[in-house]
Design a protein around this ligand. Structure first.
Ligand SMILES: [Zn+2]
Length: 355
């Protein structure tokens, strides 16, 4: 062997890529004929190169395919947008010729915008499609409501729009928030943001309705009290599930207990804030009456009492199970830690003996 294996192995990548000089090539080939170790390395290198090339080619083919699909979709999107212009122009002409003005044309325009935001936006955009589709369709839906309201000289726009925003927020806001660029602190509390937004819109909807019907005091009292009472339990559930770091059984137990008590006390608590309510509260509790429908006050109170007792018992049982599970986990962790400590100590002893 004329050459050192190290030198040959340095040359191998160049040799496999076919970019070394003819002289080097001859040297490498001569060495490979005689040295089995270098031959093996050369074989492995060759396989690696083939694999790498295949992966690279696969990526290129895939990205090219994706690009062509994207291009096709964008073209279809643009074509759809073009087609939407045809009825729009017809309506524009008809509106001017027949009505000598532009009025209901704006309704058609807003309706077409809504169609376009649902069809064209997801096809044409390359990134954040869901986010922009939702935003564009909500904006054009509001525009459509506004034009209809103005055209019919109505005054229902605020009710309709707050109802739409509230209703659409519940299923779609999580998708929007997920795509928004939030900071680290906000990013960890996305669910909180969604809850806050939805609660806000519930109240705005109530206010819009109240203003629309020029509501009296009874409306405000009833609406705000019942909405707040219902919202409270939703926030309670959210807070326990999202922020309490406990065993699942404990959380479920707290939720069952809390919800049962909350529901059982509902008539009594609502009666405080709503003097108009007829209130079959717990003060009518009457075990002798049993569940007799002829005495609705006692029937109601007895049912509420049963709900409270059942939920408290069930919740307590689940919390107890959860505490047991947590203790068992803690014990296991403790034993593991002790075993590790023991092993370390034993090893230390052995080392000392050896020394
Ligand atoms: Zn060698």
């Amino acid at each position: 062997m004329n050459y050192n294996c190290d030198v040959i192995q340095d040359l191998l990548p160049l040799y496999e890529d076919g970019i070394c000089s003819d002289a080097s090539k001859a040297i490498v080939e001569e060495h490979l004929r005689e040295c089995s170790a270098c031959k093996e390395i050369a074989g492995r290198l060759k396989n690696n190169i083939v694999e790498e090339t295949l992966t690279k080619e696969k990526d290129i083919v895939l990205s090219r395919y994706q690009k062509s699909i994207r291009k096709k979709t964008a073209t279809i999107g643009m074509a759809t947008a073009g087609i939407l212009f045809i009825p729009l122009i017809i309506c524009l002409i008809c509106n001017i010729v027949i009505g000598h003005a532009l009025d209901w044309f704006f309704i058609v325009l807003a309706a077409m915008l809504l169609v376009a935001s649902l069809l064209v936006v997801p096809m044409v955009l390359e990134r954040k499609r869901i986010l922009w589709t939702i935003i564009c369709s909500v904006v054009s839906l509001l525009l459509l409501l506004l034009t209809c309201c103005v055209y019919t000289q109505g005054n229902w726009f605020w009710i309709a729009s707050s109802a739409c925003i509230f209703g659409l927020s519940i299923p779609f806001l999580p998708f929007v928030v997920r795509e928004l660029p939030t900071g680290e602190t906000l990013g960890r509390h996305k669910a909180f943001l969604i809850m806050l937004w939805d609660s806000l819109w519930l109240y705005l909807l109530l206010i819009a309705c109240g203003v629309h019907i020029q509501a009296d005091r009874a409306y405000w009292q009833t609406a705000i009290t019942i909405a707040s009472y219902m919202l409270f339990i939703v926030w309670f559930w959210f807070g326990i599930i999202r922020y309490v770091k406990k065993d699942g059984w404990i959380k479920a137990g707290i939720l069952v207990m809390g919800t049962g008590i909350w529901f059982g006390l509902s008539n009594n608590i609502l009666n405080i804030f709503m003097p108009t309510a007829d209130g079959y509260g717990l003060e009518n509790l009457n075990f002798k009456a049993g569940l007799n429908l002829e005495n609705p006050a006692a029937f109601n109170a007895n049912i509420l009492f049963i709900i409270i007792v059942l939920s408290v018992c069930m919740g307590a049982a689940w919390i107890w199970i959860g505490c047991g599970r947590e203790r068992k986990n803690a014990d296991r962790k403790d034993t593991d830690k002790r075993n590790v400590d023991k092993r370390i100590a034993n090893k230390g002893d052995a080392d000392e003996k050896e020394a």
